[in-house]
Design a protein around this ligand. Structure first.
Ligand code: BES
Ligand code: MN
Ligand code: MN
Length: 487
């Protein structure tokens, strides 16, 4: 999808297959482009609003036909609710879905006086709405036309803001493709190959992939312990972005992402119903890989190191068994009381590697870590945990700006006893069925070397209705821009 901008003050005159106009709450009071369309169509939008057909609810959409009064044959009136960034994202999504359904190749979005953050959310929303994953369909369904062109009419967002939104839309799409890809194709090796290709294509970005031998030399016993059950070899993917002219001494952002390319649970095997969704257990890693590529492609003046531990979690004759003890890269011993709590194991080694070997000053990890966070927060908020209040607030605010929203969760020291083991330094799951997401975060904290660190549990937000969302990709860009600007 080509994305461009025009400052034209008459979006109604622009030639397109579909004109999209936003309606804010209350729908009875039309303003900006919606009011202009209403006037051109003889009050049709207002009548539809009075009848309750046009609504302001974020993402609600009504298609109206024009008969030559405006240049486009159709108008999509789309609700932006209270006008939050996520509301504009929802509106964009609805418009993208409608454009795809109506086979509208050229779409004009009349953004009125919405600011750059809202325009960005709408643009990435359109890209997300028209996204399809039909690489695996044969025949006609596999080559339906896509939305070719999106023109945004905006005075508030400049060319650079639109170029940024376009890069973000591309990266979000790439993250989603990885999340949606089936695990027989998206193996740890394939994910590493994707990271390597990204590095080849992006100036300033370098990729190193650690294989089983490297991991053995490093003593990465927690990651290797999870990988033992699988025929697919594990990888630790390291992406380093060095901006031009960067000097030592400033902040270095460390991004860590869980990439379990399929999670069966291992010997503590999961129930079969819905297990196919566990191809998404690499969503944190995907967001970190594509997000780092995006930061580099955007030329954000901040060094970034991404560390992505990648493996399958499988049961087999060589798999780690409940009760086994692993020695992590940090030297800490871990009693594996549940092999399905594998994410925290591979992250333990990745966090250790990031703070010991990569010179990072601030860390954030993204992981589809617990079912408990899905119970607590559903698919709306990701769970946010941190060791440093100021850093946690910056991560939260970055998510807010990106429309990838995170809810702060507690890290009280009185949760710490949950991670104790009867025989080793730590255990990876507690017999108490309590505070499951907090437990996991407490465990991760042990491996952060005292650096400002946050953990974002994206188990509920990375996949919605069986489809990847790209969650985290926009947050890391916002966070890197903020750290570059304010240190
Ligand atoms: N990958 C899962 C968590 C998950 C659940 C992600 C639902 C997405 C949707 C994780 O590895 C897991 O299995 N966690 C266990 C931990 C438990 C055994 C302590 C869980 O949450 O049940
Ligand atoms: Mn698991
Ligand atoms: Mn998992």
């Amino acid at each position: 999808m080509r994305i461009s901008r025009t400052a034209s003050d008459d979006p109604l005159a622009l030639d397109a297959d579909l004109l999209v106009v936003p309606v804010a709450d209350p729908a009875a009071t039309l303003t900006g482009p919606a009011a202009a369309v209403d006037a051109a169509l003889g009050g049709l939008v207002a009548r539809c609003a009075a009848d309750g057909e046009v609504e302001a609810t974020a993402g609600s959409l009504t298609v109206l036909h024009a008969r030559g009064e405006i240049a486009a044959p159709r108008v999509a009136v789309v609700g932006v609710g209270g006008g939050g960034v996520e509301d504009w994202r929802d509106a964009g999504r609805a418009a993208g879905r409608a454009a795809e359904r109506l086979k509208a190749g050229r779409v004009v979005l009349a953004a009125g006086d919405a600011d750059a953050a809202r325009v960005t959310a709408a643009v990435t929303g359109v890209a997300q709405g028209e996204y399809r994953f039909d690489r695996y369909r044969t025949g006609e369904a596999g080559d339906r036309p896509r939305v070719a062109e999106l023109t945004v009419v905006t005075g508030a967002a400049d060319d650079e803001a639109i170029a940024r939104a376009a890069r973000l839309a591309t990266a979000l799409g790439a993250t989603r493709e990885l999340v949606d890809a089936p695990s027989n194709d998206l193996t740890p090796t394939a994910l590493a190959a994707r990271a390597q290709r990204l590095a080849e294509d992006t100036p300033g970005l370098e990729c190193t992939v650690l294989d089983r031998d490297d991991l053995e030399r490093l003593g990465a016993g927690a990651l290797l312990g999870v990988a033992r059950g699988s025929a697919e070899p594990p990888r630790m993917i390291v992406l380093r972005y060095t901006p031009p002219g960067s000097r030592d001494g400033g902040p270095v952002l460390g991004l860590v992402g869980k990439a379990v390319t399929f999670d069966t649970g291992g010997i503590s095997i999961k129930p079969s119903g819905g297990m196919e969704e566990m191809k998404m257990d690499m969503a944190g890693g995907a967001a970190v890989v594509e997000g780092t590529g995006l930061i580099a492609a955007s030329g954000v003046p901040l060094p970034v190191v991404a560390v992505v531990p990648a493996t399958e979690n499988m049961p087999s004759g060589t798999a780690t068994k409940p009760g086994d003890v692993l020695r992590a890269m940090s030297g800490t011993t871990i009693e594996v009381t549940n092999t399905d709590a594998e994410g925290r194991l591979i992250l333990a080694d990745a966090l250790t590697y990031a703070h010991r070997e990569c010179g990072v000053t601030h860390m954030v990890d993204f992981a589809t870590l617990t079912g408990a966070i899905v119970v607590a927060l559903g698919e709306v908020y990701a769970g946010l945990f941190g060791s440093d209040d100021a850093w946690t607030e910056r991560v939260r605010a970055a998510g807010e700006r990106a429309g990838e929203i995170c809810w702060p969760m507690p890290m009280h020291p009185r949760y710490r006893p949950l991670i104790e083991s009867k025989i080793a330094d730590l255990s990876n799951s507690s017999p108490k069925r309590q505070a499951g997401a907090v437990y996991a975060a407490q465990f991760l904290r042990e491996f952060t070397g005292g650096l400002p660190w946050c953990h974002v549990d994206v188990a509920g937000t990375a996949m919605v209705d069986g489809r990847g969302t790209g969650f985290g990709t926009g947050l890391v860009l916002e966070l890197a821009e903020d750290l570059a600007a304010r240190g």
